[in-house]
Ligand binder design. Structure first.
Ligand code: DQA
Length: 144
């Protein structure tokens, strides 16, 4: 069983980017912790980041048959991307939406997620722990 973690634009800057909102942990730190958890749980794991919408779409399209679950922090594309939403619907791989910050408590344009309705669920507002909670949710999804 393999889980695919996808990260959208500007998440490569985690650690330096608005630490009061996103914390000081880097994306590489999060990846390392998840790798440990995946090893312990005996599941395969891939972790990727792109600043390009089309690259994220391609990765989602390539997921069926290789990954049982996608955990997606689409970052700013969450609020704008019909293309990402369509690719999640098209492939039918259960997808968990994650965000470090609580998008519902921030600017109004962040309250709307175009991908939420095609995801299994949404985990927001727990900082880096949003990823670890999503990992647990992914394990449960594949166990059921
Ligand atoms: C984010 C929230 C988005 O609104 C924002 O554009 C991001 C990060 C988060 O993880 O809190 O880049 O997805």
């Amino acid at each position: 069983m393999n889980i695919l973690f996808l990260n959208g634009p500007n998440l490569n800057l985690l650690g330096q980017r608005q630490p009061e909102i996103y914390g000081r942990t880097t994306l590489a730190d999060i990846e390392a912790k998840l790798r440990e958890k995946a090893t312990k749980a005996g599941v395969g794991f891939d972790f990727r980041q792109s600043n390009h919408e089309g690259e994220l779409v391609t990765w989602i399209q390539q997921a069926p048959g290789k990954f049982a679950v996608i955990v997606l922090n689409a970052a700013a594309y969450t609020h704008t991307s019909v293309a990402l939403r369509d690719s999640i619907s098209a492939v039918g791989v259960p997808t968990i939406e994650v965000h470090l910050s609580n998008i519902h408590a921030r600017e109004e344009f962040r309250h709307r997620s175009l991908i939420a309705a095609v995801c299994k669920g949404q985990i927001v507002g727990f900082g880096e722990s949003s990823y670890y909670l999503a990992f647990e949710a992914a394990l449960q999804l594949t166990a059921s």
